[in-house]
Write a protein that binds this ligand. Structure first.
Ligand SMILES: Cc1cc2nc3c(=O)[nH]c(=O)nc-3n(C[C@H](O)[C@H](O)[C@H](O)COP(=O)(O)OP(=O)(O)OC[C@H]3O[C@@H](n4cnc5c(N)ncnc54)[C@H](O)[C@@H]3O)c2cc1C
Length: 438
């Protein structure tokens, strides 16, 4: 046996699959009978449930990512993008970060490319919208909110001030509600250092097309979350759509119109575009058509899981597993075991997991949870949110760093400075060069 296992994507599914394969196939990897490659544009896996805490400044951004090369020493990591998959020929096209694309052959394929923001053709969205799926987006948003407080404090123009202090989030699922709640909490905490801004001057608007928020925690806790957000002064608009936001002028389907400098788009996800550039079968929602064994329909040697895959939920016939980390981590375990079985000619195992509910953080000491039917709110839910995610974040190294961040936050005030200049590091130098020319 001399087999090459190629994993497209080093996120939840990619990292956890490779970790298990690294352990279960250690003899074969040592003997050179098996090779594993992960391809991802980043050299790290992002623990997405901690993005809101990073945006709020409770966690250092470096502590919510797991470095692939360090945790997977027996796996070859290539940084770049897979642009096409020809499973018929067992080959992918790899576009490295720099240089010419090249073909990479494989024997076993794992499609773990996750998802991207699902956007709509709304006028102005590409101009002012920002997603909330990456460390870059979370930190840019943090810098932006703090920078706009500086702008509002320093201007004498009431229009500029109003626009700077208006923040819109579209989509009231996990990502939207947690991002908004954490950022609002941070902004409220920060205004004590500003002479001319009161917490009530800042306007947060949550726009949701359906009639509920946070469906992940069930109707009762979703209703409680809605009341909590409204009590905090957040303007939650249900059954409302964003119609346009050209030049920052927001128009909603309920007739409301106002200007906003910031619009965060978290209204759902769709599979990574690479699935469209493959010869693998797709379902009606554009996900890879996957069996309960986590193999790709009619494609021997191809496996898929996570947000990019349409995996049937055998505990709920006729339904598919939702795109969340709870499924992704557990699917990765079964997927890795099935690859080992496949290589050894054994029968494959079915993926079976009944959704147990969810926990969500709503700012410091605030949360909501519905897990195994146990419903918690406020501090107990927040504590559960932190302990659950601490137990899940990969590697002991990261767990310790996260605990240190949280412990420091107990004793010291939150960092409230905008380091937005980091996004344009050459501007100062360019300005210096320009003065020399003059
Ligand atoms: C803010 C936020 C909070 C969340 N909170 C929770 C939570 O509390 N609980 C929960 O269960 N779920 C949560 N989720 C959802 C969860 O993070 C995802 O469901 C999970 O990450 C999916 O895992 P995945 O491996 O399919 O995709 P990902 O973890 O996104 O990994 C996909 C990887 O593929 C790479 N990739 C994409 N295209 C290519 C390509 N063409 N070539 C090579 N590599 C590629 C990407 O760079 C990425 O590293 C949250 C998500 C967000 C955004």
């Amino acid at each position: 046996m001399n087999k090459h296992i190629l994993i497209v994507g080093g996120g939840y599914v990619g990292l956890y699959t490779a970790l298990r394969l690294q352990r279960k196939l250690s003899r074969e990897l040592r003997g050179g009978e098996v090779h594993i490659t992960i391809i991802d544009p980043q050299s790290y896996m992002t623990y997405q449930p901690f993005l809101p805490e990073a945006a709020a400044g409770n966690l250092s951004p470096r502590h919510l990512v797991a470095p692939l090369r360090r945790v997977l020493p027996k796996v070859r990591i290539l940084n770049g993008t897979v642009t096409t998959v020809k499973h018929g020929d067992r080959v992918v096209t790899f576009q490295p970060a720099e240089g010419e694309p090249r073909q990479i052959a494989y024997d076993v394929l794992v499609m773990a490319a996750g998802s991207i923001s699902r956007t709509l053709p709304i006028p102005g969205l590409t101009d002012i919208g920002i997603g909330f799926k990456t460390v870059g987006e979370a930190i840019a948003l943090r810098n932006r909110v703090l920078h706009l407080l500086d702008v509002a404090e320093s201007t004498e123009d009431p229009e500029v001030r109003r626009r700077a202090l208006t923040f819109v989030v579209v989509g009231a699922g996990f990502a939207g509600v947690e991002a908004l709640a954490e950022l609002e909490d941070m902004a409220k905490d920060s205004v004590r250092y500003y002479r001319n801004i009161k917490p009530s001057d800042i306007r947060w608007v949550l726009v949701e097309a359906t009639s509920r928020v946070l469906p992940e925690v069930g109707p009762e806790m979703g209703k409680w979350t809605l009341e909590q957000l409204r009590e905090r002064g957040i303007d939650v608009r249900l059954e409302t759509r964003l119609e346009s936001c050209e030049g920052g002028h927001v128009v909603l389907s309920d007739g409301a119109e106002f200007d906003a400098e910031t619009l965060v788009w978290t209204a759902g996800v769709k599979p990574s575009p690479v699935v469209n550039d493959s010869d693998l079968p797709l379902d009606e929602r554009g996900r890879i058509k996957t069996t309960a064994l986590l193999t790709v329909h009619g494609s021997p040697g191809a496996f898929a899981a996570g947000d990019a895959a349409g995996v049937p939920d055998v505990t709920n016939p006729g339904q598919y597993c939702a795109p969340n980390a709870q499924h992704a981590v557990r699917q990765a375990k079964v997927l890795a075991d099935n690859i080992v079985r496949h290589l050894r000619g054994h029968e494959l195992m079915e993926y079976r997991h009944k959704y147990v509910g969810s926990v969500a953080g709503l700012g410091l000491h605030q949360g909501v949870a519905n897990v195994y039917g146990v419903k918690l709110r406020g501090f107990p839910a927040w504590f559960m949110h932190r302990t659950y995610h601490l137990s899940r974040v990969p590697t002991l190294n990261r767990k310790v760093r996260v605990v240190v961040d949280w412990t420091l936050a107990l004793f010291f005030k939150r960092e409230t400075i905008s380091l937005g200049e980091m996004e344009h590091p050459r501007e100062g130098f360019r300005a210096a060069v320009a003065t020399m020319r003059r």
